[in-house]
Write a protein that binds this ligand. Sequence first.
Ligand code: ZN
Length: 501
Amino acid sequence: MPHTPHPPAPRFRARGRRRLRAAALLASAVSVCLVAASAPPTPLGVGDRLFPHLGNPGYDVAAYDLSFTYSGSNTEPLRAVTTIDARTTADLDRVNLDFAHGKVDSVEVDGEPAGFATAGEDLVITPEDALDEGEWTRITVRHTSDPVYPEDREGGWVRTADGLAMANQADVAHLVFPCNDHPSDKASFTFRVTAPDGLTAVANGLPAGVDRTGGTTTWTYRTAHPMATELAQVSIGRSTVLHRTGPHGLPVRDVVPTEHRAALEPWLAKTPGQIAWMEEKVGRYPFETYGLLMADATTGFELETQTLSLFERELFTEPGYPKWYVESIMVHELAHQWFGNSVGPATWSDLWLNEGHATWYEALYAQETADKPLEARMKAAYGASDGWRAKGGPPAAPKPPTSGSKTGIFRANVYDGAALVLYALRQEIGRPAFERLERAWVTRHRDGTATTADFVRLASETAGRDLGDFFQGWLYGEKTPPMPGHPDWKPTPAPAQAGGA
Ligand SMILES: [Zn+2]
């Protein structure tokens, strides 16, 4: 949704005075609120086809203020306070948040104690007074945030050699903090991280203060653009923050384990040039800053957390990875800042718009800088595409994640399988129209969310003809349509390997 300005401080509602009296009566027995509830608390969702339990109806979060206190040990729960400013979009007797892993100590709604209970992966809050549609409300939850997970449910927090990082995509932000955990509800974020001296904390956005008191430091960061919960990042570790300047004065900052600083520098020096390359393709970088967070951890993936992409340090220090490959993965996460972050998916079935575009620019960069022809990669993808569709579903209608599967919905069908759709589109409408479309897409939906239907509509508008039938086959077909301009390309029986992150 479009950027929502920071709301004014919540005002007391008309029934404020009655509410204050009621709260005084209940001050010593908050649990009474639970008894007063008329029906058992129920987990809710926004109806995402792939993750039905994610998100909640009835409100729109404008701002999160997340406060974490870190003990110095990454196996101990952090103490946390999450404050949410939201506007109701319906009358609500209860407010559901997604939260499934920490312990909740207390909940306040507009400054007064509220009842709370757990239902499924929801924290169900019962305010003393029901909320009316169209009101601002402030919800404060005091809780723990536990970086240790059961084997069948991975975080959230990523435990590194020297602290913590965050990897919330797709459905695990609510293992870290209470939230409306769906990409359709973007909000502004403030992070306040308190850690023992000797550790450095960094989060999305720009610094907004450092307070040192009695052996601990509190680091505050704030985002200038709305962000989805899945893209939140908090790094705590023995880190050095390196600063450099990108195109038109863009501040670039990287967060690296101090002991690996020298080895990582030649890679980090490439970022400004990569940003300039992306800007040539699609226009101005959409955020206030960019940089890489080099985590000393084995994650098996890299992640485009907004303004500060998460990378495994080993990707850069293990000699086994070819240089061109590492650089193309850097561009993949950078491209996500436009495709996936600034223009977010309205639902998780729109994931192909994120990964297809990121893979497209990853491959295009490899072609232009390392002589790795895009056409050869696309021909290989064409050969494998029917197999990917059979396994993961067509690009815009992916199969639901199987429970316990680490790959989830992130399968080849939405990486090279979706980049192949973009290649087919370029073949169909020609390079100039395709390049205009890409620029128009990130401009029109900047700081918002968009659907597959929005992309089909804009592509048709840009090409000057209805592309509905073309996209129907390419995005939803069980079989891959013939490739325009390459009648000789055929599916191959053996499944091919796809890169991606
Ligand atoms: Zn990606």
